[in-house]
Write a protein that binds this ligand. Sequence first.
Ligand code: WTA
Length: 633
Amino acid sequence: MGEIANGHNGDWYEASEEVVAQAHIKDWKAVAEGADRDFVGFWEERAKEFIDWQAPWTKVLDDSDKPFFKWFVGAKTNIVYNAIDRHLKGARRNKLAMIWEGEKGDVRTFSYHALNREVSKFASVLKALGVRKGDRVTIYMGRVPELPIAMLAVAKIGAVHSVVYGGFSTEALHGRLEDSQSRVLVTCDGAFLNGKIVELKKIADEALKRSAAVEHVVVVRRTGHEVSMETGRDMWWHDLMGLPIADPKCPTEIVDAEDPLYMLYTSGTTGTPKAIVHTHGGYQVGIATTLKYVFDLRDDDRWWCAADPGWVTGHSYIVYGPLILGATSFMYEGAPTFPYPDRWWQMIEKYGINVFYTAPTAIRGLMRWGESWPNRRDLSSLRLLGSVGEPINPEAWRWYHRVIGKGKCPIMDTWWQTETGMFMIAPVPSMPLKPGSGTRPFFGQQADIYDEEGRPVKDNEEGFLVLKRPWPAMMRTIYNDPERYVKQYWSKYPGVYLTGDSAKRDEDGYFWIIGRVDDVIKVSGYRLGTAEIESALVSHEAVAEAAVIGLPHEVKGQSIHAYVLLRHGVQATAALADELKAHVGTEMGPIAKPEEISFVDSLPKTRSGKIMRRVLKARAQGLSEGDISTLEE
Ligand code: WTA
């Protein structure tokens, strides 16, 4: 990925006077200096500025039990109070909170008043189903309005949501249900994507055969195709919402700032995916501040974060962040190129979107269709653009800037992670930009690049990206595995947060992300772990062993390559390779399907039996294998 991230260091894009004049943060240097001097004070001010609290904190940051940091200790709150309840008093009650368009062009809109009604009703339903504070509820849905509604309803009653991306399949869902021990699953009959139906309920049924804890399944009817409903367990969303139990008066449960809000599974260095835990208090401060500062959201803006709500980007910046700021958030159900490659541009024109946020993989994919598609649409409402998920190559950056932003919209390249909850390295609109760099650490944060021993490297040298200060939206722990939290993130360099990325910093203090240094693969911006894909392969009867690596890919950023050792006597054929790809698709999900499968007689391993993926990767790219003193094939 190195060649993608290494942009043109000398290539500056200065913000225009107009942009600076309108920006929320005009003198970013002064704000940066102030926040650097007193980051705790900076966050305390933001907590007062953007958030309402039911009881104040006694301490802003408690670091007495590092790395288990606590923020706004003693404060009482609920993120839903800030996202919805407080907007119901004044004129905002009638403002659109959410505009939604389906792939077929059907439209639904929710004012803050209407959103509150739906959320409150579903919160009452959940209570009637026995969901209590602290209980986990798994949400496995397509991109429909009921997805954010379900999330908000769970949070409103102090329960904890665990959203599983709708592109995942049986085994992935099953593992996440098991680990979270959710008693309720909210899903859909199916989802529309690319003109086809993804059979969510059918996949859920398969996963449920193996998951004992789930007592109730609530099913949203979206596609209308026939699904099987198990009596006593499965209920239709619209039936429940029509019953008296769906009481529109449901008080928001006021919780401790440090009470869990949600968990979100993500793949890390080794083993099965783990659930990152975020809390109500600090998280809301972090996401509201970063969204306001970086994307400059104004009251009359229409904001479109084109991510999937099932990933952290959607949690922080489709659902919670925009609502806390009282903005209008747009959400689209389908794929960007269906039925035509101008589907996205058409909706920017139709809804007059002002700020648009997407991933480099989407830009690269849409670039291929040429300029004529965006050019036939009026994109003049756009003021700011954003990028997230992987390094953006300078070519894609320039195309995005010139063709979509018409040369007048600064691009906010935001680096962050599921674990960080909020943007960590990102510009503000008044800052000069360099294509391909996420610029500087967000206000109050200090990032650095370390070598193996924990010494800061020189400018423009590659090393491990670390974060040196705690921040309010930081993960609090790994669900059920606090030891892993300490080991994975805080042990390589004690007291310093290890991101898992390699990066460089240039002579201007700008950061350039290179890519993951662990076993995480980023396919089209989606974060996948090699371990999960390998275990899906090995679950096929023909496979004895498998190793998976990510290789550079022009559009997807990275693509999955699998090395498979077959069981004795099994013939390696092209048909079997296709079958194995399909198998991974059914077990894990279509995004995890290997691009290529190579059948091998042996895998490079260390003497202790660990597969050396680094060696496979080097071989595949014709690069030096590096230090292979521990190799035993
Ligand atoms: C990568 C997504 C370069 C990085 C919000 C990180 C990026 C991982 C950027 C987290 C960016 C995210 N430039 N790389 N702007 N944003 N990444 O948890 O490798 O799905 O560690 O969170 O995505 O992925 P996750």
